[in-house]
Design a protein around this ligand. Sequence first.
Ligand code: G16
Ligand code: MG
Length: 217
Amino acid sequence: QITACLFDLDGVLVDTAVYHYKAWRDLANSLGIDFTEEDNERLKGVSRVRSLEIILEIGGQTLDQEKMLALCEQKNTEYLKDVAQMTPAEILPGVVDFLKTLKQEGMLIALGSASKNAQLILERTGLLGYFDAIIDGRHVINGKPDPEVFLKGAEALGVQPENCVVFEDAVAGVEAAKNAGMRCVGVGEPETLAMADIVVKDMTEMSVARLRELGQK
Ligand code: G16
Ligand code: MG
């Protein structure tokens, strides 16, 4: 039986990937590295430092720790300029209706995101009030596919992993959910998210009936 829903942020509730991409591309270009939208897929759900490591790998470059932290800081400053302009209009389709329904049904709701800016983004988009617990990049040592972020979410809600459903758009995130022993709804393409129990295009396809069905699986 499902009693709690754990949501990833970027790609599930809002599309911050476009802002991450813009900021990383500019930074990569300033280092003389070409960085395409296809390359950007590899950064989804991945931590900030790991994202930079991937970009440097693409460019065949290495930098010392100090320089890397400075570049991460620089990227985040640019990214936050876009986040500051975000509004509730950027919430992805079906999200608000589904969260409202979950509340009415007495479901517990948590956030499980790699982002250190997650709380700020929830505030900007007016989603913060729906969440009973927030676990994000500030609370987690091991990034997805490690299950830490979702296990901490379940713990914060006082719920067992087998009673949780995770909503994820990233392959690493689906793996993290499965590693946590949770059900997982993939958000995106079935071919990419084959490990998920079911895959939806977006939250307009979700309902309490589908959650119950998932609980029987
Ligand atoms: C998000 C994005 C990732 C980003 C990560 C860290 O994860 O998908 O691309 O690198 O957050 O973000 P920040 O630099 O804000 O700490 P998620 O888990 O919400 O999909
Ligand atoms: Mg995501």
